[in-house]
Design a protein around this ligand. Structure first.
Ligand code: PLP
Length: 458
């Protein structure tokens, strides 16, 4: 790379915590993104890249949306800050809650935070508060899944099921349990079809609840399609089977829609595409199209009534954030939802996703690709030494990182999650954008394969 004129690796290392991956920074130098437009971002030297991950799964409307920018400008001029404590509120918070209620089936009340982690943290406190309020104080354990991603605050990180979010942080905390990842390619037995595999996972969940004691288990949390764990689409019938087990044991179901929400899977919410009915929903990321930090939790009428009765009795609901429901986030969020509706973004995703999925699955025959999978405008190429679903690269992550670097050198940004290459393009992507996204991939796969062979990894 040509040297940067003003900002060097040492500046990044000296000033910013190089979190998540210090080794990449040292190996490849800093990648400073200076500006963005539509589907593309531009680095500090003006090179252009197709942003195939919508940033961190959030910029569903791409970059530079004039209406969102004008909304933000206008809101900052009119009311840059106010809070929602002690009966205070403001118009953008109310307007956004109305829009969320209109779109999210069963949503009775909306609570705001700033991040997905805070949303899930809030979910768990609401569940505990709810069970205290309805006289079931012993019902407190939460079940999540291996490879889930629910954030990084203490409880959200505990819900997350990825080893590097636990290791060296003494997590998970107690009361948080994990059950199996629903990934047929890796987890189904030979000859076991998706339905049988889903039924087996439900039996395993049932056994876990029985073992722990149903009167101690409060909730099950799930991303409809797992994101950061590697874009894992559950087997057919999974949520139907799981929901039946949860209902039998009076265990609440929380949908973490932080990635899947607002059209990503072709419906407003991932749980609609996957066919289940949650008691509560977490939203963030595309809630504001990534243009301002905001998250929200929506709970159903039964939870809302119990929480409100109790709060009225004791006079307070002791939870909330200074920036929860920030007017900037709410105004941008309300505008984003209005744009998704006006431009029928879920409909656009339904129309464009078959092309995206076809281009993705056409790569499944490449020797470096173990599995090509996805749903809506979410996708993944899992890189593996073979296609059996049983083998993985050792050490994990090197081949994925190399592939992401090969792609970036060819002008496409995708994310390596270990050896899984994730796809989450802006939802406004059209046919030309999809061609641009996939054009360099075969060549990048060939280059990575040659490198992996030379390194003795394959
Ligand atoms: N839940 C899901 C499904 C996510 O993908 C993420 C972030 O990637 C989070 C929660 C945490 O959100 P945040 O990073 O805003 O705390």
């Amino acid at each position: 790379r040509p040297p940067l004129t003003n900002m060097q690796t040492r500046d990044v290392e000296a000033l910013l915590h190089p979190y998540t991956n210090p080794a990449t920074l040292r190996a490849e130098g800093p990648f400073i993104v200076s500006r963005a437009e539509g589907l593309h971002v531009f680095d500090a030297e003006g090179r252009r890249y197709l942003e195939g991950m919508s940033g961190l799964w959030c910029c569903g409307l791409g970059f530079g949306d004039a209406e969102l920018i004008e909304t933000a400008r206008e809101q900052l001029g009119r009311l840059p800050y106010y809070h929602l404590f002690a009966g205070r509120s403001h118009e953008p918070a109310i307007e956004l809650a109305e829009r969320i209620k209109e779109l999210a089936p069963g949503a009775a009340r909306v609570f705001y935070q700033s991040s997905g982690s805070e949303a899930n943290e809030t979910q768990i406190k609401l569940v505990w508060y709810f069970n205290n309020a309805r006289g079931k104080p012993q019902k407190k354990k939460i079940i999540s899944r291996a490879k889930a991603y629910h954030g990084v605050t203490i409880v959200s990180a505990s819900l997350t099921g990825l080893p590097y979010n636990h290791r060296d942080f003494d997590l998970p905390v107690d009361r948080i349990l994990h059950t199996a990842t629903p990934h047929a390619w890796r987890g189904a037995e030979p000859g076991e079809d998706e339905r049988a595999y889903a039924a087996r996972l439900a039996r395993e969940l049932d056994a876990l609840i029985e073992r722990e004691g149903p009167d101690t288990v409060a909730a099950f949390i799930a991303e409809p399609v797992m994101g950061a764990g590697g874009v894992i689409v559950p087997p057919e019938g999974y949520f139907e089977e799981i929901s039946a087990v949860l209902a039998r044991h009076d265990v609440l179901l929380i949908a973490d829609e932080v990635i899947c929400g607002f059209g990503r899977t072709g419906q407003w919410f991932g749980h609609q595409t996957l066919g289940f009915k949650p008691n509560a929903i977490s939203m963030a990321k595309q809630l504001t199209a990534g243009y301002a930090p905001l998250s929200a939790v929506a709970i159903d009428a039964e939870m809302a009534a119990a929480v409100e009765d109790n709060a009225s009795r004791i006079g307070v609901f002791g939870h909330g954030f200074t920036y929860g429901g920030h007017p900037l986030g709410c105004a941008v969020g309300a505008k984003a939802l209005e744009i998704y509706q006006r431009r029928d973004i879920p409909g656009h995703v339904r129309r464009i996703a078959p092309l995206f999925q076809a281009r993705l699955r056409a790569l499944a025959d490449h020797p470096l690709v173990g599995e090509a999978r996805g749903l809506g405008l979410l996708g993944a190429l899992e890189l593996a030494p073979d296609k059996s679903g049983r083998a993985a690269f050792e050490p994990a992550g090197k081949v994925g990182a190399r592939m992401a670097a090969e792609l970036q050198a060819r002008g496409v940004i995708l994310r390596a999650m270990g050896d899984v290459i994730g796809f989450c393009p802006p939802m406004i992507i059209d046919e030309d954008g999809i061609e641009e996204l996939f054009a360099p991939i075969p060549d990048a796969l060939d280059a990575t394969l040659a490198w992996a062979r030379a390194e003795g990894l394959m």
